[in-house]
Design a protein. Structure first.
Length: 202
């Protein structure tokens, strides 16, 4: 499958954009046992100039605030004038892999999670991958994971079936499923990378 590149950090916006088509009722772990990833804290810049600021909200949860690059373009003027909204998440580690559990509250007040695998390279580049719609849809249809799959018709060239996947399985079962597979297969929806902004003393 050809990998789609999502906008930098997608995160909570994934619940609004058609590019992110997998969400989960449960995260990959408990936020009470989560630890802050100190490597994330600070400013990161996307290829398009947007700035993402990561910070600790408390001992377990983190915040990500995306500030669009200043632009005189009419299609970005509205976004530039809006106060950036923070995305709330916590980090889960499974083996040697690290994951974002991005929390969003839907209209019925039930939280949903968008799950991302991420790595930080020695050159301070943050790479992130969202869950594969094809792999998750296949797992649900085969009864390997609990959830629902909704077909959204064929898109792209060549055409491929686009689906929305809503996972309802427990955190424990999600972790077991991920642990039995190559994380690169489960998380193959690549986002644009972010590069950390150097601070004085670095």
């Amino acid at each position: 499958m050809k990998k789609r590149v999502l906008p930098a950090l997608g995160l909570a916006l994934c619940f609004l954009l058609t590019a992110c088509v997998v969400d989960s009722e449960n995260p990959l772990g408990s936020p009470e046992s989560a630890q802050i990833d100190q490597r994330l804290q600070g400013d990161w810049v996307a290829k398009n100039g947007d700035i993402v600021h990561f910070s600790a909200k408390d001992a377990h949860w983190m915040l990500a605030v995306t500030t669009p690059k200043a632009s005189e373009s009419p299609d970005r003027s509205t976004a530039n004038n809006k106060k950036p909204e923070p995305d709330l998440f916590f980090v889960t580690t499974i083996g040697d892999e690290t994951y974002f559990n991005m929390r969003s509250v839907s209209e019925d007040s039930k939280p949903k999670y968008s799950l991302f695998r991420y790595t930080i390279t020695p050159d301070q580049t943050l790479h992130m991958w969202g869950m594969s719609q094809d792999e998750m849809a296949a797992a649900v249809r085969a009864g390997k994971l609990k959830g629902t799959v909704q077909d959204r018709g064929a898109t792209g060239k060549p055409p491929r079936t686009d689906v929305d996947v809503h996972l309802t399985d427990s955190s424990e079962h999600l972790v077991k499923f991920i642990s039995r597979h190559d994380p690169a297969d489960i998380f193959d929806e690549e986002t644009d990378p972010l590069t950390k902004v150097a601070t004085k003393g670095d």
